[in-house]
Design a protein around this ligand. Structure first.
Ligand SMILES: Nc1ncnc2c1ncn2[C@@H]1O[C@H](COP(=O)(O)OP(=O)(O)OP(=O)(O)O)[C@@H](O)[C@H]1O
Length: 672
């Protein structure tokens, strides 16, 4: 199952005098639903680019339509034990917060309040349908990532520590925020009170591009726990309102806003790198480069993922829109394992006051048995007490009366020990599993809602289980071999004209060196990352993303004539005026490292370079990467000693890098 990517084009705002609309929705068939976004090429307005998505919503789409079509269908799977992630992505001022949170009026309410309303309604229905045998508990945590630090939005700002809350990786690989508070919510009114208060704690500010710009990524996690007898099923829906990328040539941001902007742009750049790496099938995905990508864990989390791509239709957003269209159209290719959380057995918790606060434990839970679920209380405690015991992959019980009709082998509720249920039915292929896929017509009743005695229980012998496990392992090995072969084929395939084998090897060697710990502390390695990213974008023919990456690299190599030449040539190719470029370079906030003399020299080189051929350009790029690598090497010993000056906390290994990013942004050259 791939990430579902849905584009939403916002209407013009009253304040927008520029009515030059360049983004329009289109359908694959005349009169059919919109699935394509069309936008002209920046260098040749007669040429139009098309980007296909799972759905495209135009300016007239109401909040209700969007929710009903894109979110409501996932409520049922959520209660069946699937985790759901919904996030809004886009340039600043394109309508992410409007989509996720919306306004206070009923019709303006966004995805989040409607989702919670649906959750409470469905919870009540399940309890009613089960004659009170099933109890549904809803709790939430809400936090923001501001300047790459995590802050609890359910706590007053006075309680924040400067370094924020640490992240912790669980045995399952899932990243959680340690020490985060969790509040129980009885009904929608409870939720709204908490949510409105918490949003007042979120950092927003007025910028030139948005009067109420979110300066942080906000993550709301709603945990749904269903208790039926001794069975517990947990699932989580995460609703994420990402901060928007900002082109600081257009924001006129002051120092504080620029620092925020640098952190926002950096995390979004890392997200685009992760998306690229996943869609290329890379083994290494740079999740750890930013807290937002660690938490979002795109492609690593199970369940259902929906990405809203918010777009402004105006020409003034042209390049930014192209960039986000490029990133999002690649996100479509990310596969997410659609696996529901397993039922576990534990005692019903004591009733707690609705405002009671629970917290994520600060120590990792040793719940290796049930890696995908996180449980405080009995299960976790028992599991941690059992860590010395050999871990069983599954348990078999022959008490037919207690077996679930869903061919689930599970522990009888009377037993005090926690157990993991094992689904013995090979799951249908992901293509047929999407619960929102109306055409498939597959309706799976909730395991909790299934009556116990309707169907005969199934007894499974140990040898049958063994055979099934063997088959599954065989399938997994075959899939892995096929994936590795595909990667090798891709590497071998002559699909990258213009990149010689030697060049490819040098790039790989360089990449490896960048990955090494020593180079990591040197902020110059970030510059190299951007150069590499630019190179990769160029190979894919994505000139506008390549340009951005080159621009982001420039502050790390101030005055680098070849780099400036490349930027200029790309700008010429994309039809961006020289005046705009020069003014960006002359930004009053530019790096103190950049001397006027260097700039003069660079301009001279630009003129000379303009006459060079494509081959010269490729050679120049190789030289550029090599030059910078050699320089980095010679500075390596110095950076080693400098590294000691940096303080590293749990995951903020990017202290030095962020400094460099801030520098990049303050120069007004980073827009993404
Ligand atoms: N679909 C829409 N209909 C009506 N108004 C909209 C729509 N989308 C966005 N807007 C308006 O556009 C403005 C900017 O939207 P919003 O604040 O949601 O942008 P954003 O992408 O969250 O920006 P940032 O990243 O800076 O936080 C707001 O005034 C919002 O009300």
């Amino acid at each position: 199952m791939s990430v579902r990517v849905v584009a939403r084009i916002r209407p013009l705002l009253e304040t927008e005098l520029d009515k030059d609309i360049i983004v329009r929705p289109d359908g694959a068939e005349a009169g059919g639903p919109h699935t394509i976004v069309k936008i002209p090429s920046p260098k040749n307005p007669a040429e139009e680019f098309s980007f296909a998505f799972n759905a495209v919503y135009d300016q007239s789409t109401s909040q209700e339509t969007l929710f009903t079509s894109e979110v409501q269908p996932h409520l049922k799977p959520l209660f069946q034990g699937y985790d759901v992630t919904i996030f809004a992505y886009g340039v600043t001022g394109t309508g992410k917060t409007h989509t996720m949170r919306g306004g206070l009026k009923l019709a303006d309410r966004g995805v989040i309040p409607r989702l919670l309303s649906g959750v409470f309604r469905r919870g009540k229905k399940i309890a009613k349908d089960s004659d009170g045998n099933t109890t549904v508990k809803v709790s939430l945590s809400y936090y923001e990532i501001y300047n790459d630090k995590v802050f609890d939005l359910l706590e007053p700002p006075e309680k924040r520590t400067p370094s924020g809350l640490p992240l912790r990786a669980e045995a399952s690989g899932r990243t959680v925020v340690a020490g985060l508070s969790e509040r129980a919510c009885e009904d929608l009114r409870d939720f709204e009170k908490l949510y409105i208060e918490a949003n007042n704690n979120r950092v927003t500010a007025s910028t030139k591009l948005n009067a109420h710009s979110s300066r942080s990524h906000a993550i709301l996690r709603v945990k749904i726990t269903q208790f039926t007898g001794g069975m517990v099923r947990e699932s989580t829906v995460s609703a994420i309102d990402l901060a928007g990328s900002e082109d600081n040539r257009r924001t006129d941001n002051g120092k504080e806003r620029l620092v925020e902007s640098a952190a926002i742009n950096k995390s979004l750049f890392v997200l685009s790198q992760c998306i690229d790496a996943i869609s290329r099938g890379d083994k290494r995905i740079p999740y750890r480069e930013s807290k937002m990508t660690r938490i979002l864990s795109l492609g690593q989390n199970n369940g259902i993922t929906v990405m809203f791509l918010n777009l402004a239709p105006l020409r003034s957003y042209h390049l930014d829109t192209l960039s986000s269209l490029n990133v999002s159209s690649r996100a479509k290719r990310i596969e997410v394992r659609e696996i529901e959380n397993e039922v576990v057995f534990k005692q019903f918790p004591r009733m707690t006051n609705s405002n009671a606060i629970q917290r994520q434990p600060l120590q990792p839970l040793a719940n290796a048995l049930n890696a995908h679920n996180v449980h405080n209380g009995n299960v976790a405690a028992k599991a941690s007490a059992d860590v010395t015991r050999p871990i069983k992959s599954f348990n078999v019980y022959t008490d037919k009366a207690k077996q679930s009709p869903a061919k689930t082998v599970s522990m009888p509720t009377s037993l005090p020990r926690p157990a993991v249920s094992v689904s013995l039915v090979p799951r249908p292929s992901a293509a047929h599993k999407r619960p929102s896929d109306h055409e498939s017509g597959i309706v799976r009743p909730s395991k909790l809602a299934r009556p116990f005695n309707d169907e005969p229980s199934i007894t499974v012998t140990a040898s049958q289980i063994e055979a099934m496990v063997e088959k599954k392992v065989g399938e997994m090995l075959a899939a892995r071999t096929a994936a590795e072969k595909a990667v090798q084929d891709r590497e071998r395939a002559p699909s990258q004209p213009g990149v010689s084998e030697a060049m490819q090897k040098r790039l790989e060697a360089l990449e490896r060196r960048i990955e090494s710990e020593d180079t990591r502390v040197d902020s110059k390695s970030d510059g190299l990352r951007y150069l590499l990213a630019a190179r990769q974008h160029r190979e894919k023919g994505d000139d506008s993303s390549a340009l951005r990456a080159y621009e982001m690299a420039l502050p790390f190599f101030p005055g680098q004539a070849k780099l400036i030449g490349k930027i200029q040539r790309l700008r010429n190719r994309l039809g961006i005026s020289h005046v705009e470029h020069t003014s960006a370079m002359r930004s009053p906030m530019r790096s103190p490292l950049r001397h006027d003399r260097r700039l003069r020299r660079s301009r001279l080189t630009i003129n000379l370079d303009r006459t060079s051929s494509d081959q010269d350009e490729a050679d120049a790029e190789e030289d550029l990467l090599d030059d910078q690598t050699i320089r980095i090497k010679s500075r390596k010993s110095r950076s080693k000693s400098m590294a000691k000056l940096h303080v590293y906390d749990d995951a903020s290994e990017t202290t030095a890098v962020l400094g460099a990013q801030e520098l990049a942004s303050t120069q007004g050259l980073v827009s993404y």
